[in-house]
Design a binder for this molecule. Structure first.
Ligand code: C2O
Ligand code: CU
Length: 533
């Protein structure tokens, strides 16, 4: 998706009340345009003057037990959200953020498959938010406290009461103890705020961090490790001239919400234009797109190819050679770059035409005992015949009433509508997402991992006018790098995208939503329930 919206309306039958005369809709459009902002143009700053920082690793502060099983002692972590000042560039003043640690992203959680931990998430933030709340959005109404947090471990299979349900937020001075069983394969996860109606602002403020689950299967592959395994947590921001975070607002003071944010400051582990000294050998990079709404299209400027070895939910069946890595918001990729033929070179990592960071390859030969095995982890494909239910779910976008902003829905339903997706525990379902909008939406399901089946075009005119689904052309198999386990799927415009999901783990109430956080905060999120039968 290019982040500029075209504002083409999708007026679906269900919302006849929202159906508008085109003239009114066009007039209302302008309200969604970001107000002109006095932001810093970061392209004037010198590049590659700061080394790439590495987020600290979270340390447990002892053992504790859950109230439900007082005899079992588990490693206990306490992560507190607090204001923090971060120097994002040598030549800029510090930038105030909110974080779970001394910098942004917060501390990395290092977890082992099968080893349970407890995390106490604490809210030690001030009572007032520093980013512009839109009080019209679900859960953000004036009656609610401004500052509310709740943490979600994205990609983790956890009991529902530890999943960070968006309405389970709590206020400054409070905390919640969450239980993470980690009964799942090695994968690149991340934690982030999920508070109803202000999620986009809390994440933009800095409330997120990486989390790695490791296991012995992965250990035995002998992938590059230690100093040669580096997290790259990538997120974009807009800055004011004095280096404060700028979050855009629309020109309509009654409806400040904007449909997306595209910051020109692309931060890696919290630095703008960092460099990393690397040895001429294989490195493993854990790449996370934690942007609110930016899609990353990463390339190495000298055209160097690399291998993707893992996706959102762990290792791929085999390494996939790539020159371009696309990551929607919340998607992750595990990649191996071999710098052994690039001795002495300086290689710039870009997203589209924007500079992200630089790798400075050393010129001395080094020995590399790590491996890039030809086979990684088998990912047995679910047969479609295993699915006992198929759901057709639409992604919807309309222009609201004249003085309102865009309305984004899933399956034409609002957050507060009754739950409609109730898969049975341990059952397998196919979810078919139909996207009549003009944007790619990164759709995420909590609590599960899934496989992408295919994407296919459909006749948009017939669908828009008669609500009749006519598929066109061939089914497109998953893109390179999507052959493994996923928890976010890029649902492309004017296509149907099918995933197959087994609802393993726990019963209870979870959510599924668009991970463009601006959309998620404005109704593009739905509760769902895994039902014990
Ligand atoms: Cu990254 Cu609802 O999650
Ligand atoms: Cu979306």
């Amino acid at each position: 998706m290019t982040s500029r919206r075209t504002f083409l309306k999708q007026c679906s039958s269900l919302a006849s009340g929202l159906l508008l005369a085109r003239a009114v809709a066009l007039e209302a459009m302008s309200h969604d345009m970001p107000a002109a902002a006095n932001t810093l143009n970061v392209s004037g700053l010198p590049t590659f003057v700061d080394p790439l920082p590495l987020p600290m690793v979270a340390k447990p502060s002892g053992l504790r037990s859950l109230p439900s099983s007082p005899k079992t002692k588990l490693p206990y972590y306490r992560l507190a959200a607090r204001p923090v000042d971060v120097k994002v560039h040598r030549d800029l003043k510090t930038t105030p953020f909110w974080s779970y640690g001394p910098s942004v992203p917060g501390p990395t959680l290092e977890l082992r498959s099968g080893e349970e931990v407890l995390v106490e998430w604490a809210n030690e933030l001030p009572e007032q938010h520093f980013l512009p709340i839109d009080y019209r959005l679900h859960g953000a109404d004036h009656g609610n406290p401004q500052v509310r947090t709740v943490s979600h471990l994205h990609g983790a299979r956890v009991p529902a009461d530890s999943d960070g349900y968006p309405e389970d937020w709590f206020t400054p001075g409070n905390s919640r103890l969450y239980h993470y069983p980690n009964q799942q394969d090695a994968a690149t996860l991340w934690y982030h705020d999920h508070a109803m109606g202000i999620n986009r602002l809390n994440v933009y403020a800095g409330l997120f961090g990486a989390a790695f689950i490791r296991d012995s299967f992965e250990d035995n592959l002998n992938l590059p490790s230690g100093a040669y395994e580096v997290p790259l947590v990538i997120f974009d921001r807009l800055l004011t001239p004095d280096a404060k975070l700028y979050y855009p607002v629309s020109a309509n003071p009654h409806a400040p919400w904007v449909a997306d944010v595209a910051g020109d400051a692309i931060l890696v582990n919290g630095k703008l234009f960092p460099y990393r000294d690397v040895d001429p050998r294989k490195h493993r990079f854990r790449v996370l797109n934690t942007s609110n709404s930016r899609f990353l299209h990463l390339t190495l400027q000298n055209g160097l190819a690399f291998h993707q070895i893992g996706s959102d939910q762990g290792l791929l069946p085999a390494p996939v050679p790539l020159k371009l890595l696309t990551l929607g918001p919340a998607e992750r990729a595990d990649i191996v770059i071999d710098f052994s033929d690039s001795r002495g070179e300086h290689i710039v990592l870009k997203t589209d035409a924007i500079t992200v960071m630089q790798f400075r390859v050393g010129s001395n030969k080094v020995t590399d005992n790590s491996s890039l095995p030809a086979q990684l982890r088998p990912v047995p494909r679910y047969p479609e015949s295993e699915a006992t239910n198929t759901r057709l779910l639409t992604l919807d976008e309309y222009q609201g009433k004249a003085d309102e902003s865009l309305v984004l829905l899933l399956n034409n339903s609002y957050w507060h509508d009754p739950i409609t997706e109730k898969p049975a525990l341990n059952s397998t379902e196919i979810w078919t997402f139909l996207n009549p909008t003009d944007d790619t939406h990164p759709i995420h399901l909590h609590a599960v991992r899934f496989q992408i089946l295919d994407r296919q075009r459909y006749d948009a005119w017939t669908y828009d006018t008669k609500k009749e689904l006519r598929l066109l052309g061939a089914k497109i198999p998953p893109y390179a790098g999507e052959e493994g386990w996923k928890d976010v799927v890029r649902v492309a415009p004017k296509m149907v995208t099918r995933i197959i999901v087994r609802f393993e783990g726990y019963s209870g109430r979870y959510v599924w939503h668009c991970h463009t956080l601006e959309h998620e905060d404005n109704e593009m999120m739905r509760p769902y329930e895994i039902v014990k039968v």
